[in-house]
Design a binder for this molecule. Sequence first.
Ligand code: GLA
Length: 399
Amino acid sequence: MTPIARDDHDKRVAVLSGTAASEFTEKFGRPPRWIVAAPGRVNLIGDHTDYSGGLVLPMAIERYTLIAAAPAREGRRLQLHSAAVNQSVDIPLDAPPTAGEPSWANYARGVVAGFLSRGHALPALDALVVSDVPLGGGLSSSAAFEVALATLLETALGQPMDLIEKARLCREAEHQYARVPCGIMDQLISAMGNESGALLIDCHTGKTRPVPFAGAKMSLLIANSEVRHSLGAGAYAVRRSECVEAARTLGVPELGQAKLAQVQAAEARLGGLLFRRARHVVTENERAAAAAQAFERGDWHTAGSLMYDSHRSLRDDFEVSSPELDTLVELAADIGEGGGVSGARMTGGGFGGCTVTLVATERAAAVGERLAERYRQRHQRALTWFVARPSRGAHVLQG
Ligand code: GLA
């Protein structure tokens, strides 16, 4: 497999769009009026900082969730069909929907609820969703779904929404309907990503700064461990409340506003566990700021070292890694700069999912193959991997 060039990317979206259109036509007996797309993401550095008002550096990737839709012929509901599970749900549009089964539809119910609570009268629609964002793989398949649906609804209403407001609405859906107390990173990058690179987001002020990913010389290899540990969902909420508790002990409104010296001075008051959690957040913020500059100036050595440091901090202080993710980072480090690898780390919420490796583009395929071979030897599992380039945030493909 060779790195994906831009035209391959366009072809990929065109193929997915063709699938969405033909499956819609087959299911609903007429062609779609609209087709919208929203991407998944990879986070280069700055994990478990967004809900503490810290810094994150995500990039939208060339994996999209697409929704094809048309005005409904009858009823006051959104009929949504998922091609992935071959299942349809009806979501009523006159009152806030109730969460329930099937659980995949809760993201959609939450987005509908967000539009209703903002006073929008939604039109009845038939819709069909397809995706090539790996489901549950830590690349924000749920944010891509929420943002795609929000993009469809604003398009059908003819009322474009401010991108930050759109991301907030989608995050509310995740909190209230999927019951995951996530930060704003995933929804924001799916709404705002662009082809030039990553986005440095200050989750306290909401300010964003594009961080161009210099040149085609380096690429990001995403390796999917294909393991998701079931304790992940509950542990995420626990980490979040530990951060709130640490901030309270330190006397700051959000942990992201604390400095390392302050955390160190409060070690005894915090106790071992909260001290380590706090140390991760404040040092990860420093690393994210430094890495953004390193990526911008093409200083791959520094960016890569910061990625390794970030992984260690997530593994030891924040305790959200997994044996499989640790293996993938260790294997990448063994290949090292001599083999084209500058750095690697787990990405996203953790407890399984993916790693991101900064690699020389010309070596990316060889590195991917080597990781897969050694991962199989160590964990008796197949690794799926691909080379990601920065891509465009949510957009309308048709309509
Ligand atoms: C998940 C959440 C994000 C963020 C990451 C960890 O992806 O949805 O808000 O907290 O974990 O950085």
